[in-house]
Ligand binder design. Structure first.
Ligand code: HEC
Length: 129
């Protein structure tokens, strides 16, 4: 089949390729080797950021980057949440993708101590003489 001799087939092929490009781009993304970077992409893709903030710092949902639960606990909760969080079954979010999201969350630096912010008032200790 020579596509260039048959413009209709050429356009159909181009249309098909264009329609498939998100799929191709997606499989390209899952080939990324760095789990942290891939996890960041997935944290956006699955919409975790909408409730938990861009780096898991918290928003409508709680902060999850700090004091991150062990992986098993996160995986159980994400699949069977008991509160307002929507469930993400394995069909929607694979274990491999959840592991990369976990790697991304684990890679977040610990927040600075409030003591390092000079403008914050120092706590007054009661009962101290
Ligand atoms: C629609 C908002 C929403 C989205 C989207 C969402 N969450 Fe949540 N998540 C919550 C809320 C709210 C809680 C607090 C408990 C509850 O009400 O279910 C929570 C709790 C959690 C917890 C338990 C946390 C803790 O430390 O207290 C984890 C872990 C978590 N979410 C991870 C994720 C991941 C990973 C994603 C993306 C795959 C995600 N969430 C997407 C709203 C959301």
């Amino acid at each position: 089949m020579n596509l260039f001799k048959n413009p209709r087939k050429l356009f159909l092929t181009l249309g098909l390729l264009t329609a498939m490009s998100p799929v191709l781009a997606q499989s390209e993304a899952s080939k990324q080797s760095d789990p942290v970077q891939h996890g960041q992409v997935l944290f956006d893709k699955y919409g975790c950021y909408q409730c938990h903030g861009m780096v898991g710092q918290g928003g409508v949902g709680p902060a999850i980057g700090v004091n991150l639960w062990p992986y098993v606990a996160v995986s159980i909760y994400v699949r069977n949440p008991t509160g307002d969080m929507p469930p993400f079954s394995e069909k929607i979010l694979s274990d491999a993708d959840l592991r990369d999201i976990y790697a991304f969350l684990s890679a977040q630096p610990a927040p600075k101590s409030p003591d390092s912010i000079p403008l914050l008032p120092k706590p007054v200790l009661k009962n101290s003489k």
